[in-house]
Design a protein around this ligand. Structure first.
Ligand code: HEC
Length: 121
């Protein structure tokens, strides 16, 4: 009986239900995107600001990266440097890499350095 009643309501209000479903999906998408922003802001920044040279995986296997001979950011050579060193490189740049001071906030620079750390092998 109950089931039939529900079914009847569903049939009677297809638009309303569609709207509800759409709203639900939008709400979930919104929550998911906020959550991923908070969790991966370093990764996202890296993708938009750094990947053109360093590659999405930090290995530097891009046309620009090969041209400029960037090191694999996950390699021991890079990872042995302190957080302060890496932060300074990102903020001030290291020729031919541009500095990001003023283009990214200090927090964003920290986040992106954390992401570089996550590339460690
Ligand atoms: C225009 C290309 C380019 C962009 C964009 C770029 N880099 Fe670089 N990056 C380089 C080059 C080239 C080097 C190597 C410099 C050297 O060793 O002389 C480098 C070096 C580094 C190093 C030090 C590695 C080492 O050699 O010890 C870090 C860390 C780094 N980049 C992080 C980043 C981050 C984080 C971003 C984005 C915010 C970024 N880079 C954006 C080209 C780039």
């Amino acid at each position: 009986m109950r089931f039939r009643f529900v079914k009847f309501r569903l049939e009677m209000t297809p638009m309303k239900n569609l709207m509800r479903a759409v709203l639900l999906v939008l709400a979930f998408a919104g929550i998911a995107s906020i959550a991923s922003l908070a969790a991966d802001s370093g990764a996202d920044l890296f993708k938009t600001k750094c990947a053109s040279c360093h590659g999405a995986d930090g290995k530097g296997e891009t046309a620009m990266g090969k041209n400029m001979k960037v090191k694999d950011l996950g390699s021991a050579d890079v990872q042995k440097q302190s957080d302060a060193d890496l932060t300074a490189i990102v903020a001030k740049g290291k020729k031919p890499m541009p500095g990001y001071e003023g283009k990214l906030t200090n927090d964003q620079i920290q986040d992106v350095v954390k992401f570089v750390r996550s590339l460690k092998k």
